[in-house]
Write a protein that binds this ligand. Structure first.
Ligand SMILES: NC(=O)C1=CN([C@@H]2O[C@H](COP(=O)(O)OP(=O)(O)OC[C@H]3O[C@@H](n4cnc5c(N)ncnc54)[C@H](O)[C@@H]3O)[C@@H](O)[C@H]2O)C=CC1
Ligand SMILES: O=C(O)C(=O)[C@H](O)COP(=O)(O)O
Length: 387
């Protein structure tokens, strides 16, 4: 059995080595000739999986080690009888931690003494949005949720569900965080969902975060908005036309990262684990391996705080010890300084050579004499506590 896989999927040998022969190829430049004699294809988000890639091949199974599936022509795969599996939720916690770190930096920049005074609107309340909402609510933030597809579903089932609000209501919040998939059809398409009109609703003091897909924001409209007065602060992890992103937009936004919100080691390895499970099931093989067995000891495993610690400082220190988006921002800005033809490859290299980043759950926090509210905050973020 031949498995063709994106070389950037971690732990290929550990998970798939005893299932078949593995051929590693570049996900970005994968062609039909790379996959023609494969039985299974394993990809990440940078490979367009469609008729052009797969027609005439032996491929019977496609797995993507990602949450998003907008790079895959699902109707075509179904019509061709090819089994497909994604990795829903694999890196949801990683994205939620990215957003928390961004909000904490924003609160500090605003000189806020208590970051929970910010209201947060979440657009798209699936695996990522729900995980983020859970953490924020436990921390004490006011959170507004916008998810028309879920709202309609719950209404049609007459289920008591979340108290969803409209996009317009969400845009009134101090922070607006986008977590929808990229869709172009259906009753709630997200392509350019945030355009000129929506951007005009946002003003200085507000923070707009996009860690969903770049095309959810109309970037020409965003560039225009950022050139006007009273414009919002913007943090972008995802971009239109990756990897050849617009350097002018990078210049104009406050935080710019190269689509790495979901790049915790845990998130990536769980993605591999989920497609390993799906392929094993498809082939009728037992599932013997688990992500946890391949996760190394974290470089930072313990942090201590005593009663003298200021609560806001303690949370900031701990969050940023795990993940500080400013490092990724600096790397991306540096990559954009290169020659125009070099920028796309540089964007991809930042992602390929991404340093190991561990989630907050890998760090144990030792607390001596600290308040109950600080303990609750650490737990809400996902840290383990030793009191
Ligand atoms: N930046 C990064 O590294 C990552 C980005 N992502 C992106 O985040 C997206 C969301 O991930 P999950 O929460 O796991 O997906 P999910 O499928 O669990 O949830 C998406 C939610 O968005 C809602 N939605 C759809 N259209 C909407 C609209 N027009 N307005 C408001 N809500 C709408 C859906 O009803 C659903 O509840 C993924 O599709 C992917 O594109 C995911 C992981 C990492
Ligand atoms: O899971 C998703 O969806 C994502 O956006 C991934 O984090 C993207 O990572 P790559 O597949 O582009 O490495």
């Amino acid at each position: 059995m031949l498995i063709v896989a994106d070389e950037n999927i971690p732990l290929l040998d550990s998970f798939f080595g005893d299932i078949g022969e593995i051929r590693r190829v570049s996900g970005r430049s994968m062609t039909a000739s790379d996959v023609r004699d494969a039985d299974a294809l394993l990809v990440r988000s940078v490979t367009r999986v469609n008729r052009e890639l797969l027609e005439g091949s032996r491929v019977r199974f496609v797995g993507t080690a990602t949450i998003g599936t907008d790079h895959v022509d699902l109707p075509w795969l179904e019509g061709a009888g090819i089994r497909f599996s994604a990795a829903p939720g694999c890196n949801a916690n990683s994205v939620a931690e990215y957003v928390l770190s961004v909000i904490s930096l924003h609160a500090e920049k605003q000189g806020l003494e208590d970051w929970t005074n910010l209201s947060v609107g979440i657009v798209g309340v699936g695996n990522v949005g729900s995980e983020l909402a859970r953490k924020l609510e436990r921390l004490g933030f006011e959170v507004r949720l916008c998810d028309p597809p879920r709202a309609e579903l719950e209404e049609s089932r007459q289920e008591p569900g979340e108290n969803f609000v409209t996009l317009a209501d969400t845009l009134q919040c101090d922070v607006v965080s986008l977590h929808t998939p990229l869709t172009r059809d259906g009753s709630h398409p997200t392509f350019h969902m945030i355009g000129q009109q929506e951007l005009a609703e946002l003003s200085a003091g507000q923070l707009l975060i996009n860690a969903g897909r770049g095309e959810v924001i109309d970037s020409s409209a965003l560039l225009e908005r950022l050139a006007q007065g009273n414009s919002p602060t913007v943090a972008l992890d995802v971009w239109e036309q990756e990897p050849r992103i617009n350097p002018e937009l990078v210049d104009r936004v406050w935080l710019a990262t190269p689509h790495i919100a979901g790049y915790s080691l845990e998130g990536k390895v769980q993605g591999t684990e989920m497609i390993y499970q799906a392929l094993s099931q498809f082939l009728g093989l037992p599932i013997r391996k688990k992500a946890g067995q391949f996760l190394p000891e974290p470089a930072l495993s313990k942090l201590s705080f005593t009663s003298s610690a200021d609560e806001e400082d303690a949370i900031r220190i701990a969050l940023r010890a795990c993940y500080d988006p400013r490092r990724d921002d600096a790397r991306l800005r540096h990559a954009m300084d290169g020659a125009p033809a070099e920028r796309g490859p540089a964007f991809d290299r930042l992602r390929r050579d991404y340093p190991v980043r561990r989630e907050c759950s890998s760090v144990k926090i030792q607390l001596k004499g600290t308040s109950k509210s600080l303990q609750d905050s650490f737990r809400a973020i996902g840290f383990k506590l030793k009191i």
